[in-house]
Design a protein around this ligand. Structure first.
Ligand SMILES: *Cc1c(COP(=O)(O)O)cnc(C)c1O
Length: 224
């Protein structure tokens, strides 16, 4: 078994242990940013089908070269409006929607022949300036604006906890994303996705209701 296949197997086991018998479906996005094509192929052969990329210029040639794989591509970086067309044409999901203008640009650019683009609104749950996203208090207003856009499908919310190994602090931040989702649901906008949890904190995220984890280094090793 390749190291990547072994890592994937270990991650899957840790996910199912963290769920403690809860039957909710959790999507594992293998974050392949700055990883070579062969590593993505290796992960695909080991059963990974969802891949996350953060840099448009880096991702597009990889997506094209791996076009023979039946893979789902997630854009998890910051969306710049001048990249909206390339992102909307090549990716299946966008996790970092944090402004109406970006959502409108993605909706307008999504080709008619494709299914609507799956999107998440990014919420800043750590309070750090270095992280993007609307505040938890702004999430409902943005959801109300994004949900009706014709070529998007608003799936949920995405958040990142601060870089700490304090599990209590991680859980407190992830709980904010779950509360924002509940508030939006109470307003009549159903969301099926909580995109939260990375290599160092996915177990805390799953404990707070994550349905999609984005894991890079624990699968592929350190990025170069
Ligand atoms: C890089 C990245 C990840 C993966 O981080 P790891 O620590 O390598 O698991 C997840 N989400 C986002 C938004 C990222 O930029």
């Amino acid at each position: 078994m390749s190291p990547i296949a072994a890592n994937l197997q270990a991650i899957r086991r840790r996910i199912s242990e963290a769920l403690q018998g809860d039957s909710r479906a959790v999507r594992l996005v293998a974050v392949s940013k700055s990883q070579p094509r062969e590593a993505i192929r290796d992960a695909f052969d080991a059963g990974a089908s969802d891949f996350g990329e953060s840099y448009v210029q880096d991702a597009l040639p990889k997506i094209a070269a791996l076009g023979d794989l039946d893979a789902t591509w997630h854009f998890i970086g910051q969306v710049q409006s001048n990249k909206a067309r390339e992102i909307a044409g090549r990716f299946d999901w966008v996790h970092g929607v944090d402004r109406l203008r970006i959502a409108e640009a993605l909706s307008k650019a999504r080709p008619e022949g494709m299914a609507p683009l799956d999107v998440c609104i990014q919420v800043n749950i750590s309070g750090e300036d270095s992280k993007g996203g609307v505040t938890p208090g702004e999430a409902l207003a943005l959801a109300r604006q994004v949900a009706p856009l014709p070529r998007l499908r608003l799936r949920g919310l995405m958040g990142m906890a601060s870089f700490t190994d304090d599990v209590t602090a991680q859980r407190a931040q992830f709980a904010k994303l779950a509360r924002a989702r509940d508030e939006i649901a109470a307003a009549g906008i159903g969301l099926d996705t909580l995109s939260m949890g990375m290599s160092q904190d996915f177990e805390a995220a799953l404990a707070e209701g994550s349905t999609l984890v984005r894991i890079g280094t624990a699968i592929f090793g350190q990025r170069t």
